[in-house]
Design a protein around this ligand. Sequence first.
Ligand code: HEM
Length: 364
Amino acid sequence: MHKNHGPVYYGDYLELNKLLDTQNPLSKKYGDEAHDETLFIVVHQVYELWFKQILHELNSIKSIFSVDKVEESFLSTVCSRLERIKKVQTLLLGQLEVMETMTPMDFLEFRDLLVPASGFQSVQFREIEILLGLSTNQRKEVDREYFLGRLNEQDKERLLKIEKEPTLFSALEKWLERMPFTFNAEFDFWSEYQSCVEDMLCGDELTVLDNMATLPPKALEIQKANLQSTRDTFETLFNSDEYNKLVKEGKRRLSQKATLNALFVLLYRDEPILTLPYTVLAHLMDIDENFTTWRYKHALMAHRMLGTKIGTGGSSGHQYLKGAADNNRSFIDLFNLSTFIIPRSQRPVLPEKLKTAMNFNYRD
Ligand code: HEM
């Protein structure tokens, strides 16, 4: 209990005088006030407040993962904070509908006054992206230029500094890399798993040949090429040189070791010790998916408001935003792991000793 604190007044505690004195339409300053500019300001400010909360959660999760040994008991805290971020994201998506009650014509009443300010300059949005592992190098060239080129020196320095520090993404990657279970003197999980996948791929090939023999030759060829491409992708998973080449080319984000261990978690998530790690990974995929949904919805909103006009920040507007939605995926590697999931019944059987080690054993 905190002792000896004085009486608190609602408005003072929340510093409402300050907060509610920051909605100042530019249209009012320069002439007739455009009615919808207040909505535009409030919606952006509320977004920035929620970004602040998301950063608060992400940074706390980063601290939990930034130690050499993450205690199992902390993982439920991590899961509830990730869950909270997901709930906030639901609000963020809903707010676009409020924004869309403004029509393109009403927007034009004050839009010109905003140039060259734009969402490009939302430093907190960039911080979230960086913490989730999206560094300058991983951005598309055009995105990279906008990312830094529209910021003032102070904001640019701040982001470049954060980029040099470990991110939540890198801390999670190290946590995954440290995961035990897949190799010891008696058991090499990956060699057993590879032969299971080989069986599955051969089965798939037979199915294609049996059931699709009646397809026109061209269609059959495409099916076979798709199977071969799955096989090739699968092989890169186990070939360090090939895998690291893909990382360098920006086609993979997580290290090979982290990816393999994440796959193990997805395959054996029923084992008690992997339940929480699995939930962490599932939440991260949800968060990635929710941000991507927001990006597409925001791109559509920009299209609706601007048509094919350029943005106030100078990009191609809707086209640019759609490209960023496609490219800026933090945990895309986790999504791609589904390529390598095999049916429960075909998974390698784990040795009894390992299964016991992965269980919670209670004694009276
Ligand atoms: C009338 C409503 C809006 C329109 C027409 C609009 C349009 C745009 C456009 C065209 C861009 C590309 C940059 C540029 O050339 O200016 C952009 C970027 C951005 N906007 Fe909006 N926006 C709107 C509302 C919002 C709201 C409410 C937020 C919430 C914070 C937001 C956040 C962002 C962010 C973070 C970016 C950078 C995205 C990236 O680079 O991936 N925008 N917006």
